[in-house]
Design a protein around this ligand. Structure first.
Ligand SMILES: [Zn+2]
Ligand SMILES: [Zn+2]
Length: 384
């Protein structure tokens, strides 16, 4: 009897128990998917209720001054729309994964699987990484490699265990947006924090006098008074937690760090440097928000770069260190020079680099000088 199409992933000779396990796995995955959306639904419900409580109960039914009513409604809708827009973009912007240059070729994958020797793995990774703009290493000085995705990790890229993918410039996986916050949506996430904080502060400020009246029996005895009270409590509570989170991310942006990098400083080829990607306050800000200030407050993607390679204040130092003592110039090693990125850098990014030669990797001789003798191990290391 022919095996049903739905079970094509399982060999027809597989025992029924195995198929049951597979079905159970599918059900578990679907349940997990639903559970992951619970925090987003929770935020959405709070937002919907706050809209009803503020617009209907406070503005339309409680406020008596027509001028106050109009101003509050216009300002409220402005904050509400910006909050919703940035929240939406944070949730539904797909995280970016490393481009194909970082993936091992089929032949390399086969070689890695066939050969158990660590030295062979080292050689393969070293050869692949030679053509890439990678400046960070693992703690042991090895090339950062993701076993799961079978790729050489670009700088600032990490494997997310929830998404089960490598995410470019991963900041963290946020359950409140059910998405990874990384290169593609970090600006949206920041704006989401900023607008949600403004939204809450605006509600607190305009609801305060009615909240006081609630306690002094100055409000008519309707259900509106309870909406007004809970609205104030909820907005005040969220304001406190959002302000600390937003403040922390402002500090991260000013230092050009991700949350992960704040916990574990990036390790460069020569040393660990917690501020290795920092280019100065103004340039750090532009890395996330872009060159054009008119787009800074809008949840439109304007971050600089391609997410795979980042300017670092240490790159030029490295090249100088490599060339100066011997007096060699990069042009003398043309045979082994490799240029990256394959995609040209945007003008807006390239001006951040003080020296366009930063991208030139004099791989063979340089790697030997820098890593080969004193730091021979390009060992395999699983990094999460
Ligand atoms: Zn990965
Ligand atoms: Zn994730």
């Amino acid at each position: 009897m022919a095996a049903p199409a739905a079970s094509s992933a399982v060999p027809s000779s597989a025992p029924a128990a195995s198929r049951r396990r597979s079905r159970a796995g599918g059900v578990r995955q679907r349940c997990q998917w639903l559970i992951f959306w619970v925090p987003v639904v929770f935020i959405g419900s709070i937002l919907a209720w706050s809209y009803y409580a503020y617009v209907a109960q406070l503005c339309l039914l409680t406020m008596t001054n027509i001028g106050e009513k109009v101003v509050c409604l216009i300002a409220y809708h402005l904050f509400f729309m910006m909050f919703l827009w940035s929240y939406w973009k944070t949730i539904f912007t797909l995280p970016m994964n490393p481009s194909k240059e970082f993936h091992l070729s089929y032949a390399d994958k086969e070689l890695m699987e066939r050969e158990s020797r660590t030295e062979t793995h080292q050689e393969v990774l070293k050869r692949v990484a030679r053509d890439l703009p990678i400046y960070t290493r693992t703690m042991s000085g090895a090339i950062r490699y993701c076993d799961r995705c079978q790729l050489v990790k670009p700088d600032r890229c990490h494997h997310c265990s929830v998404c089960d993918k490598c995410i470019l410039k991963m900041d963290h996986h946020c359950p409140w947006v059910n998405n990874c916050v990384g290169f593609s949506n970090y600006k949206f996430f920041l704006l989401f924090l900023a607008y949600s904080l403004l939204y809450c502060l605006f509600i607190v400020a305009t609801d305060l006098q009615y909240f006081i009246r609630f306690w002094t029996n100055g409000l008519p005895d309707t259900q509106a008074k309870f909406h007004i009270m809970f609205l104030f409590f909820a907005a005040a509570m969220f304001s406190v937690s959002l302000s600390s989170l937003f403040g922390y991310h402002c500090w991260l942006v000013s230092k050009n760090k991700s949350t992960l990098e704040a916990f574990r400083a990036p390790i460069f080829r020569h040393r660990t440097d917690k501020n290795g990607f920092s280019l100065g306050f103004s340039k750090n800000l532009k890395q996330v928000f872009g060159d054009e200030k008119k787009y800074w407050l809008l949840p439109i993607f304007t971050s600089l770069g391609d997410g795979c390679s980042f300017p670092t204040c240490l790159v030029n130092q490295d090249l100088e260190q490599a060339f100066t003592p011997t007096g060699h110039s990069s042009s003398s090693k043309n045979e082994n020079n490799h240029h990256f990125p394959a995609k040209p850098l945007r003008d807006s990014q390239s001006h951040l680099l003080t020296d366009p030669q930063s991208w030139i990797e004099t791989s063979t001789s340089l790697e030997k000088n820098k890593l080969g003798i004193s730091n021979p191990a390009l060992t395999m290391e699983n990094e999460t």
